[in-house]
Design a protein around this ligand. Structure first.
Ligand code: 6MZ
Length: 355
């Protein structure tokens, strides 16, 4: 399946701090170990482990945040994550991250996001287009092997389920202020066993009313009431949808809400017990909009190409169907029409290889 890597791809569900290279994480952990902040040998095994329950994943995130949350490191990991996606021939990336406040190092949610933006600006190996610019220069052909690679990047600000209504509102206001630097929407994520939907609803409703796009982690654990409430909110996309019941599927399908599918993440965290019963198959058969994503390529040791290979092997997709699936992701992006058009051209120019 060597054709999957060069195929243009769209990534819509990627958490910044879940997408750090192991080598970078180990290097940063070693430095903190030398400073006596952590015991390196303890965290080394945790970072390199591949099999993680959902609970262990969130413990790992607490550790990662301890290692990464200073301005310089946020800038570095942003740069590396975007470079890694560009190398995977991702032509459009919606990167999500939770703006963090840490008074002890003078970090505000805004300064955290400024460090992310600095990371985007610091990439020189590939062309990164992240500011909505209708008259931006025309795209180089990203697949002809001659032009420089170009990747469109848009940002989603995540609200962590541990946050209060007030803190969630602060994130939404920040997103509104940062629309001119590529922020297009809001994500609700974090440990699904923590927090109440009613806590986040005021901020999410305000975001929606202000024309920000919304994607929700929905049904990552069994929580029938919350799933129905989330669907009634009519988000622009949902992620995971692992514990949906018939009535949830009916609603999701009638509203045509696209689903971000994260196969390895769902299998590794055991949200889905086996790939052959994954809801990808039913949604794909029903021609429901869906998009294959990585979730946390660092934490789950995967790549977007690997996720596509898994789908091809598990659900018997052909080359042409896989390409059509990747291309159909354009409609699910939160990008401006101009960008969607450009993405259409990129896929069209690559299509002779995939028909
Ligand atoms: C729910 C997840 C997640 O925001 O610090 N996150 N939330 N389910 C998942 N599935 C496994 N994977 C990641 O990236 C890390 C944060 O993203 C959310 C969690 O809130 C995690 O702390 P950022 O860049």
């Amino acid at each position: 399946m060597e054709w999957i890597h060069p195929m243009p791809k769209i990534e819509l569900h990627a958490h910044l701090n879940g997408s750090i290279r192991d080598t970078t994480l180990l290097e940063l952990a070693r430095v903190l170990g030398e400073k006596g902040v952590i015991v390196f040998s303890d965290v080394e095994d945790v970072i390199q482990k591949n099999d993680r329950s959902l609970d262990e994943v969130f413990k790992l995130f607490d550790l990662i945040h301890m290692i990464t949350t200073d301005h310089q490191t946020v800038t570095r990991i942003t740069r590396e994550v975007v470079q890694d996606f560009a190398l995977e021939n991702v032509v459009y990336l919606e990167l999500r991250t939770t703006p963090k406040r840490n008074d002890s190092i003078g970090m505000s949610k805004r300064s955290y996001m400024e460090a992310v933006i600095k990371g985007l600006r610091s990439i020189s190996e590939v062309d990164v287009e992240f500011v909505a610019a209708p008259d931006s220069e025309k795209l180089h052909n990203s697949c002809d092997g001659v032009g420089r690679k170009k990747i469109y990047v848009r940002l989603l600000l995540s609200i962590d389920r541990r946050e209060t209504t007030e803190s969630a509102m602060e994130t939404v206001k920040l997103a509104l202020e940062m629309r001119n630097v590529g922020v297009v929407g809001i994500d609700l994520s974090g440990n699904p066993l923590v927090g109440e939907w009613s806590t986040f609803l005021p901020a999410l409703q305000f975001a929606k009313d202000s024309d920000l796009y919304i994607t929700l982690h929905c049904g990552e654990v069994p929580n029938p009431k919350e799933i129905q409430a989330m669907l009634d909110f009519k988000p622009h996309r949902v992620g995971h949808a692992c514990f949906f019941k018939d009535q949830d599927w009916e609603k999701l399908k009638s509203f045509r809400i696209p689903v971000e599918i994260c196969l390895s993440s769902n299998i590794i965290t055991k949200s889905i017990s086996s790939i052959d019963i994954h809801h990808f198959a039913d949604l794909y058969k029903a021609k429901h909009p869906l998009i294959i994503c990585t979730d946390d390529f660092g934490v789950f040791s995967t790549t977007l190409s690997n996720e596509y290979s898994l789908a091809v092997r598990s659900f018997g997709l052909g080359k042409r169907e896989t390409f059509a699936l990747a291309k159909s992701g354009i409609d699910a992006t939160f990008a401006e029409d101009e960008v969607k058009q450009q993405l259409g051209l990129i896929f069209d120019s690559a299509s002779p290889e995939y028909v």
